[in-house]
Ligand binder design. Structure first.
Ligand SMILES: [Fe+2]
Length: 224
């Protein structure tokens, strides 16, 4: 048992955002494929760019889990945990992400979203299953065995390879108000300042993809 348990809130909200964005994109691509929504070339490019950014974030997140977090967990918890199934899921996700990037680029040039809709739905389903399993299996183990110092090192490395301009307003979009208050308390004024700088660009990208009411925290879909 560790003295101060690791703070898992940031990871939990990142997981929620990955699942939420994948699902929203799957629904959008399905609507586009069925002709219930339409996309100008500018919207189609914005959708393809949004997808590429999400996929890059998912790849980075699970690479950090494989390379940094799993060794920390194995070192701290030893025989208590078997991470092979979760690593297998990661290996299965990568080719799907690459396929979706290709399909998103094809959609931006042809306007046909049918293949993209199928793959994004598969991605959203896989992430739902994988992330629930990951949180069920490893969050209690991290809380019990991993030191706050080790956890903070992992989180810092994850953040360093991310893009705060994208990541922070997305966390704000998916956090519940009480979670956001806790994150502000942990991160201090720098978080408030960065959010004020990045919020507008985030909303612009959200509106270009999902329509006029997208990207506002109070209206964000709630997952997890
Ligand atoms: Fe994972």
């Amino acid at each position: 048992m560790t003295a101060t348990p690791p703070e898992l809130l940031g990871f939990r909200i990142t997981h929620r955002a990955m699942r939420g964005d994948a699902r929203r994109l799957a629904v959008l691509a399905t609507e586009l494929a069925a002709g219930r929504q339409s996309a100008t070339p500018a919207r189609a490019s914005a959708i393809a760019a949004f997808i590429a950014t999400l996929n890059h974030g998912i790849h980075h997140h699970h690479t950090m889990e494989d390379e940094l977090l799993w060794p920390v967990i194995e070192r701290s918890a030893g025989a208590e945990v078997d991470l092979r199934d979760l690593s297998d899921d990661h290996a299965e996700l990568d080719p799907l992400l690459a396929e979706i990037n290709g399909q998103a680029a094809a959609f931006a040039s042809t306007g046909d979203a049918s293949a993209l809709a199928r793959s994004l739905t598969r991605l959203a389903d896989m992430l739902d299953e994988h992330i629930s399993e990951e949180e069920r299996l490893i969050f209690p183990i991290i809380t019990r065995y991993v030191s706050a110092a080790d956890w903070n090192t992992v989180e810092a490395a994850v953040r360093k390879g991310g893009n705060p301009r994208i990541d922070l307003p997305r966390i704000e979009q998916y956090a519940r108000p009480e979670e956001m208050a806790r994150l502000r308390g942990l991160a201090g004024p720098v978080l408030v300042l960065m959010l004020s700088l990045f919020r507008r660009g985030h909303r612009r990208r959200e509106r270009a993809v999902f329509g006029p009411s997208a990207g506002v925290p109070a209206r964000a879909p709630r997952h997890g």
